[in-house]
Design a protein around this ligand. Structure first.
Ligand code: ADP
Ligand code: 5GP
Length: 218
Protein backbone atom coordinates (compact mmCIF):
# COMPACT_ATOMS: atom_id res chain seq x y z
CA UNK A 1 0.00 0.00 0.00
CA UNK A 2 2.75 2.35 1.06
CA UNK A 3 4.76 1.30 -2.03
CA UNK A 4 1.82 2.15 -4.33
CA UNK A 5 1.52 5.56 -2.76
CA UNK A 6 5.21 6.21 -3.40
CA UNK A 7 4.86 5.28 -7.09
CA UNK A 8 1.85 7.53 -7.50
CA UNK A 9 3.91 10.38 -6.17
CA UNK A 10 6.77 9.68 -8.54
CA UNK A 11 4.58 9.24 -11.61
CA UNK A 12 2.10 12.05 -11.04
CA UNK A 13 2.10 14.79 -13.67
CA UNK A 14 4.09 17.88 -12.78
CA UNK A 15 2.09 20.95 -11.79
CA UNK A 16 2.70 23.99 -13.97
CA UNK A 17 3.39 26.88 -11.57
CA UNK A 18 1.43 30.14 -11.87
CA UNK A 19 3.07 32.63 -14.16
CA UNK A 20 4.91 34.78 -11.60
CA UNK A 21 7.63 34.97 -14.24
CA UNK A 22 5.73 34.60 -17.49
CA UNK A 23 7.57 32.73 -20.21
CA UNK A 24 7.62 33.58 -23.89
CA UNK A 25 7.97 30.02 -25.18
CA UNK A 26 9.15 30.06 -28.78
CA UNK A 27 8.83 26.75 -30.64
CA UNK A 28 10.17 25.94 -34.11
CA UNK A 29 10.15 22.73 -36.11
CA UNK A 30 10.13 21.67 -39.73
CA UNK A 31 6.54 21.37 -40.92
CA UNK A 32 5.21 17.89 -40.13
CA UNK A 33 7.51 17.24 -37.13
CA UNK A 34 4.52 17.28 -34.77
CA UNK A 35 4.83 20.76 -33.30
CA UNK A 36 1.06 21.50 -33.44
CA UNK A 37 0.23 18.10 -31.93
CA UNK A 38 2.58 18.72 -28.99
CA UNK A 39 1.74 22.41 -28.50
CA UNK A 40 -2.05 21.91 -28.77
CA UNK A 41 -1.80 19.31 -26.05
CA UNK A 42 0.22 21.66 -23.87
CA UNK A 43 -2.28 24.54 -24.12
CA UNK A 44 -5.21 22.16 -23.50
CA UNK A 45 -3.60 20.75 -20.38
CA UNK A 46 -2.36 24.07 -18.98
CA UNK A 47 -4.83 26.99 -19.27
CA UNK A 48 -2.09 29.41 -18.16
CA UNK A 49 -0.18 28.69 -21.41
CA UNK A 50 -1.82 30.53 -24.31
CA UNK A 51 -0.99 30.73 -27.99
CA UNK A 52 0.17 33.98 -29.53
CA UNK A 53 -2.06 34.39 -32.60
CA UNK A 54 0.17 35.32 -35.55
CA UNK A 55 -0.66 37.31 -38.66
CA UNK A 56 -0.33 35.69 -42.07
CA UNK A 57 -0.99 36.48 -45.71
CA UNK A 58 -1.75 32.83 -46.56
CA UNK A 59 -5.34 31.68 -47.12
CA UNK A 60 -7.19 29.94 -44.27
CA UNK A 61 -6.89 26.12 -44.36
CA UNK A 62 -9.81 23.79 -43.55
CA UNK A 63 -11.74 25.07 -40.54
CA UNK A 64 -9.22 27.76 -39.56
CA UNK A 65 -10.82 30.93 -38.19
CA UNK A 66 -9.65 34.53 -38.37
CA UNK A 67 -8.49 35.76 -34.95
CA UNK A 68 -8.28 32.21 -33.59
CA UNK A 69 -5.76 30.34 -35.75
CA UNK A 70 -4.26 33.42 -37.40
CA UNK A 71 -5.15 36.99 -38.23
CA UNK A 72 -5.53 36.57 -41.99
CA UNK A 73 -4.29 39.80 -43.60
CA UNK A 74 -3.90 40.99 -47.18
CA UNK A 75 -0.33 41.71 -48.33
CA UNK A 76 -1.18 45.42 -48.20
CA UNK A 77 -2.39 45.23 -44.57
CA UNK A 78 0.66 43.16 -43.60
CA UNK A 79 3.07 45.69 -45.15
CA UNK A 80 1.24 48.54 -43.43
CA UNK A 81 1.81 46.89 -40.05
CA UNK A 82 5.51 46.34 -40.86
CA UNK A 83 5.76 50.05 -41.68
CA UNK A 84 4.10 50.97 -38.37
CA UNK A 85 6.65 48.84 -36.47
CA UNK A 86 3.90 46.64 -34.97
CA UNK A 87 5.71 43.30 -35.42
CA UNK A 88 8.07 41.77 -32.88
CA UNK A 89 9.28 39.66 -35.81
CA UNK A 90 8.08 38.75 -39.28
CA UNK A 91 9.30 36.49 -42.08
CA UNK A 92 8.43 34.99 -45.44
CA UNK A 93 7.83 31.27 -44.93
CA UNK A 94 6.95 28.81 -47.73
CA UNK A 95 6.07 31.79 -49.96
CA UNK A 96 3.75 33.65 -47.52
CA UNK A 97 4.31 36.32 -44.88
CA UNK A 98 3.94 35.51 -41.18
CA UNK A 99 4.48 37.77 -38.18
CA UNK A 100 3.99 38.21 -34.43
CA UNK A 101 2.46 41.44 -33.16
CA UNK A 102 4.29 42.80 -30.11
CA UNK A 103 0.94 43.77 -28.51
CA UNK A 104 -0.40 40.22 -28.81
CA UNK A 105 2.51 38.85 -26.77
CA UNK A 106 2.52 41.66 -24.23
CA UNK A 107 -1.24 41.52 -23.54
CA UNK A 108 -1.04 37.77 -22.88
CA UNK A 109 1.93 38.17 -20.52
CA UNK A 110 0.36 41.11 -18.70
CA UNK A 111 -2.65 38.89 -17.95
CA UNK A 112 -0.27 36.51 -16.15
CA UNK A 113 -0.07 33.88 -18.88
CA UNK A 114 2.86 32.07 -20.43
CA UNK A 115 2.69 32.77 -24.14
CA UNK A 116 3.49 30.13 -26.76
CA UNK A 117 4.82 31.24 -30.15
CA UNK A 118 4.91 28.84 -33.09
CA UNK A 119 7.37 30.55 -35.40
CA UNK A 120 9.96 29.63 -38.00
CA UNK A 121 13.76 29.74 -37.62
CA UNK A 122 14.11 33.16 -39.31
CA UNK A 123 11.56 34.66 -36.90
CA UNK A 124 13.40 33.26 -33.87
CA UNK A 125 16.68 34.64 -35.19
CA UNK A 126 15.06 38.10 -35.40
CA UNK A 127 13.63 37.70 -31.90
CA UNK A 128 17.07 36.85 -30.46
CA UNK A 129 18.49 39.97 -32.09
CA UNK A 130 15.66 42.22 -30.95
CA UNK A 131 15.82 41.05 -27.29
CA UNK A 132 18.70 43.46 -26.72
CA UNK A 133 16.41 46.46 -27.30
CA UNK A 134 14.32 45.50 -24.25
CA UNK A 135 15.33 46.30 -20.68
CA UNK A 136 16.86 43.19 -18.99
CA UNK A 137 13.81 43.10 -16.65
CA UNK A 138 11.29 43.34 -19.49
CA UNK A 139 9.04 40.21 -19.54
CA UNK A 140 9.83 39.51 -23.20
CA UNK A 141 13.56 39.46 -22.49
CA UNK A 142 13.33 37.59 -19.16
CA UNK A 143 10.82 35.07 -20.44
CA UNK A 144 12.43 34.14 -23.78
CA UNK A 145 12.61 30.33 -23.96
CA UNK A 146 13.45 28.77 -27.35
CA UNK A 147 12.74 25.14 -28.24
CA UNK A 148 13.43 23.25 -31.49
CA UNK A 149 11.45 20.10 -32.26
CA UNK A 150 12.95 17.60 -34.74
CA UNK A 151 11.42 14.53 -36.35
CA UNK A 152 13.32 11.27 -35.73
CA UNK A 153 14.29 11.11 -39.45
CA UNK A 154 13.53 12.72 -42.82
CA UNK A 155 11.70 9.53 -43.88
CA UNK A 156 9.40 9.79 -40.88
CA UNK A 157 8.87 13.50 -41.57
CA UNK A 158 7.73 12.74 -45.13
CA UNK A 159 5.44 10.01 -43.82
CA UNK A 160 3.85 12.41 -41.31
CA UNK A 161 3.38 15.16 -43.89
CA UNK A 162 1.59 12.74 -46.23
CA UNK A 163 -0.30 11.08 -43.38
CA UNK A 164 -1.68 14.45 -42.21
CA UNK A 165 -3.52 14.69 -45.53
CA UNK A 166 -3.82 18.50 -45.50
CA UNK A 167 -1.26 19.49 -48.13
CA UNK A 168 -0.96 19.00 -51.86
CA UNK A 169 2.05 17.18 -53.33
CA UNK A 170 3.75 20.44 -54.39
CA UNK A 171 3.33 21.89 -50.88
CA UNK A 172 4.79 18.72 -49.32
CA UNK A 173 7.77 18.94 -51.70
CA UNK A 174 8.46 22.60 -50.68
CA UNK A 175 8.15 21.75 -46.98
CA UNK A 176 10.55 18.80 -47.29
CA UNK A 177 13.05 20.92 -49.18
CA UNK A 178 12.90 23.59 -46.46
CA UNK A 179 13.11 21.01 -43.64
CA UNK A 180 16.82 20.24 -44.10
CA UNK A 181 17.65 23.95 -44.05
CA UNK A 182 15.56 24.48 -40.89
CA UNK A 183 17.11 21.47 -39.10
CA UNK A 184 20.55 23.02 -39.62
CA UNK A 185 19.49 25.73 -37.11
CA UNK A 186 18.47 23.31 -34.33
CA UNK A 187 21.77 23.89 -32.48
CA UNK A 188 20.98 27.60 -32.04
CA UNK A 189 18.08 26.79 -29.69
CA UNK A 190 18.47 26.51 -25.92
CA UNK A 191 16.32 23.37 -25.84
CA UNK A 192 16.05 20.60 -28.44
CA UNK A 193 13.48 17.85 -28.53
CA UNK A 194 13.10 14.83 -30.86
CA UNK A 195 9.47 13.90 -31.45
CA UNK A 196 9.85 10.14 -31.94
CA UNK A 197 7.44 8.52 -29.50
CA UNK A 198 4.69 11.09 -28.89
CA UNK A 199 4.17 10.34 -25.20
CA UNK A 200 7.87 10.64 -24.30
CA UNK A 201 8.25 13.77 -26.42
CA UNK A 202 5.29 15.38 -24.62
CA UNK A 203 6.67 14.42 -21.21
CA UNK A 204 10.06 15.91 -22.14
CA UNK A 205 8.42 19.09 -23.44
CA UNK A 206 6.64 19.62 -20.11
CA UNK A 207 9.85 18.89 -18.24
CA UNK A 208 11.91 21.43 -20.11
CA UNK A 209 9.28 24.14 -19.61
CA UNK A 210 9.39 23.44 -15.88
CA UNK A 211 13.19 23.66 -16.07
CA UNK A 212 12.88 27.05 -17.77
CA UNK A 213 10.58 28.14 -14.94
CA UNK A 214 13.14 26.98 -12.40
CA UNK A 215 10.55 24.64 -10.87
CA UNK A 216 11.65 21.96 -8.39
CA UNK A 217 9.25 19.61 -10.27
CA UNK A 218 11.54 19.63 -13.36
P1 ADP B 1 3.50 20.34 -37.47
O1 ADP B 1 2.61 21.19 -36.64
O2 ADP B 1 4.90 20.26 -36.93
O3 ADP B 1 3.48 20.70 -38.93
P2 ADP B 1 1.58 18.17 -36.90
O4 ADP B 1 1.43 18.32 -35.42
O5 ADP B 1 0.47 18.64 -37.78
O6 ADP B 1 2.98 18.82 -37.39
O7 ADP B 1 1.91 16.63 -37.16
C1 ADP B 1 2.04 16.11 -38.47
C2 ADP B 1 1.40 14.71 -38.51
O8 ADP B 1 2.21 13.81 -37.74
C3 ADP B 1 0.02 14.68 -37.92
O9 ADP B 1 -0.80 13.80 -38.69
C4 ADP B 1 0.24 14.12 -36.50
O10 ADP B 1 -0.89 13.41 -36.02
C5 ADP B 1 1.43 13.19 -36.71
N1 ADP B 1 2.32 13.06 -35.54
C6 ADP B 1 2.69 14.03 -34.66
N2 ADP B 1 3.55 13.53 -33.74
C7 ADP B 1 3.73 12.22 -34.03
C8 ADP B 1 4.50 11.14 -33.43
N3 ADP B 1 5.29 11.35 -32.38
N4 ADP B 1 4.46 9.94 -34.02
C9 ADP B 1 3.68 9.73 -35.12
N5 ADP B 1 2.92 10.67 -35.73
C10 ADP B 1 2.95 11.92 -35.19
P1 5GP C 1 1.45 27.03 -41.41
O1 5GP C 1 1.19 27.70 -42.73
O2 5GP C 1 1.64 25.54 -41.55
O3 5GP C 1 0.41 27.39 -40.37
O4 5GP C 1 2.82 27.60 -40.86
C1 5GP C 1 3.95 27.54 -41.66
C2 5GP C 1 5.16 28.01 -40.89
O5 5GP C 1 5.02 29.37 -40.52
C3 5GP C 1 5.44 27.23 -39.61
O6 5GP C 1 6.80 26.82 -39.64
C4 5GP C 1 5.21 28.23 -38.52
O7 5GP C 1 6.10 28.02 -37.45
C5 5GP C 1 5.54 29.54 -39.22
N1 5GP C 1 4.88 30.68 -38.55
C6 5GP C 1 3.61 30.75 -38.07
N2 5GP C 1 3.40 31.94 -37.50
C7 5GP C 1 4.57 32.63 -37.60
C8 5GP C 1 4.98 33.93 -37.17
O8 5GP C 1 4.26 34.71 -36.56
N3 5GP C 1 6.27 34.28 -37.47
C9 5GP C 1 7.13 33.48 -38.14
N4 5GP C 1 8.36 33.92 -38.36
N5 5GP C 1 6.77 32.25 -38.55
C10 5GP C 1 5.50 31.83 -38.28
Amino acid sequence: MEEMHKNELIERDPVMPRATRPLMIVVSAPSGAGKSTLCNRLVSEFPQIVYSVSCTTRDPRGSEKDGVDYYFLSKKEFKERIKNGEFLEHAKVHGNFYGTLEDTVLFAMEEGNHVLLDIDVQGVEQLRQSLARFDPRHPIRCGFTDIFISPPSMEELEKRLRGRGTDEESVIATRLKNAAEEMAHAGEYTYQLVNDDLESAYRNLKKLILTALGSPDA
